[in-house]
Design a binder for this molecule. Structure first.
Ligand code: FE2
Length: 467
């Protein structure tokens, strides 16, 4: 069994996200020059293509106007736009003095598209007449991201076909044809599910499935008492009260999702396999956590070559009932919308050191809260020992020094927080300084993302490398 456990760790850690490497961007055919992508996303290794055919004239819905010495006011600018019935959607201004102590003010205005070209030229001329300079700006181009809840229904297209990966690994249990067949059916139900459906797919778990769940829960729950943080233990107790036979039988994703929604507004969405980092993190913005519904093979209950429902429900599920934890998880999700690949990798690292492998301190004692720890008998005991390094949680230190965290071994380093409100604040501060050409906010009533600036989105095509 031990060799399985160790293999489990190795393979498991490589699979927390969909993939670790992505192909180089194509050198031709992506029309980068017109979209100015090379400037904003020069570290990108995702292939982009245009998903819309906007009129080039309509692209210029942002404008930069410089006015010297307050000779004209913002009112004058707005009056011109008003006379053309063009609505301003965003205004930003910057003022600075020149060597003569005269002030120049630069206004950045976003306005609604749709004005005819001729009228637009007249509008520009009128603006030029009252200003020092007028410059039309192109919309910032960003990778596509979901803006409403139902947009998440489309992202399973990027799901990685895990079966072929498993076949490459020549896993013992993959020779079980009945197991394969069930996995495919469970995956099919997940891919057919739409987020506004009344119920998540209900799975009839077999005796083998329930045996694996029971086996893992029994082993892990003995460790939770002393090693898991107070919040996790509280949430597990709630789960036991809420779901009948929680210790012995695999709970339905639907029931757990309903419970979490009643507590913190989080919901679970079934997915057939793993998603890319971008799609996975984007889901968090909507308080949606993507979960698989299948159980690892019964022949190796402590062996998971990728996250299964034990990792997702037992490891991740409880902490989404904790408000502070759910808050910073969502912050990471909102911050991931439309960011460059470079920024996305940094957010993924912060995710790894918190939601997957996070630790905290309670009354001076080290405790665990990350799902990767809660689902691993070996690592749960190891993480509180004196073998690994423990550093105070700091997102900037993670992004500067620890981007190359190991993916195929037990972690040598954990970041420790004093409280979940601390980590929420630190993540919030970090997310506020991310280099992104817009700000995004989530409206929980409408379950929509609102932007303070219009952007142009392009779809990112993820080519999954063979592992
Ligand atoms: Fe996970």
């Amino acid at each position: 069994m031990n060799e399985y456990i160790s293999l489990s760790k190795q393979v498991y850690h490589t699979k927390l996200f969909g993939f670790q490497t992505t192909p180089k961007r194509a050198k031709s055919g992506a029309n980068f020059s017109t979209m100015n992508l090379s400037q904003s996303y020069n570290d990108s290794n995702i292939l982009y293509h245009q998903d819309s055919c906007l009129n080039p004239i309509e692209e210029a819905s942002s404008i930069k106007i410089r006015i010297q010495d307050q000779s004209r006011s913002l009112n004058d600018i707005l009056s011109i736009f008003k006379s053309f019935n063009v609505e301003i959607t965003r205004i930003q201004s910057k003022s600075y003095p020149n060597w003569q102590e005269k002030y120049t003010t630069t206004y950045y205005l976003d306005y609604q598209r749709g004005l005819q070209e001729q009228l637009k030229m007249i509008l520009i001329q009128q603006l030029e007449a009252i200003s020092q300079s007028v410059e039309q700006l192109k919309l910032p181009v960003v990778p596509w991201f979901p803006q409403q809840l139902s947009d998440l229904d489309g992202i399973e297209n990027l799901t990685i076909q895990t079966e072929s990966e498993a076949q490459k690994l020549e896993l013992l249990y993959f020779k079980d044809k009945n197991y394969q067949k069930r996995r495919k059916l469970i995956g099919l139900a997940a891919s057919q599910y739409k987020i506004n459906d009344k119920s998540l797919p209900i799975i009839e778990y077999t005796d083998n499935d329930n045996y694996v769940w029971d086996y893992c829960f029994t082993r892990l729950s003995k460790l939770y008492k002393n090693i898991a943080c107070e919040e996790f233990n509280w949430a597990i107790d709630q789960f036991k009260k809420q779901f009948s036979n929680f210790e012995q039988k695999v709970p339905q994703l639907n029931d757990v999702s309903i419970y979490l929604q009643s507590q913190t507004g989080w919901r679970l969405k079934p997915v057939a396999g793993m998603l890319s980092k971008r799609e996975f993190l984007n889901g968090l913005a909507f308080k949606v956590f993507h979960c698989v519904q299948y159980v690892r093979h019964h022949s190796v209950p402590l062996y998971a070559y990728e996250p299964d429902i034990i990792h997702d429900l037992l490891g991740h599920g409880p902490m989404f009932a904790i408000q502070d934890f759910s808050d910073f998880s969502q912050q990471l999700g909102i911050a991931s919308l439309g960011v460059s690949d470079e920024e996305l990798e940094k957010l993924a690292a912060i995710y790894m050191y918190t939601i997957e492998f996070g630790m905290c301190r309670e009354k001076g004692q080290l405790k665990a809260y990350g799902a990767g720890l809660m689902g691993s008998v070996n690592e749960l005991e190891y993480c509180v020992s004196d073998k690994p390094q423990h550093l105070p949680f700091n997102p900037y230190v993670i992004c500067r020094d620890h981007m190359n965290y190991p993916l195929n071994a037990i972690q040598p380093l954990y970041f420790v927080v004093d409280s979940f409100s601390d980590v929420t604040k630190l993540i919030s501060d970090y997310c506020n300084q991310i280099n992104r050409p817009f700000n995004a906010t989530y409206n929980s009533k409408q379950q929509r993302i609102f932007l303070d600036k219009e952007v142009r989105m392009v779809k990112a095509i993820n080519k999954v490398p063979s592992l």
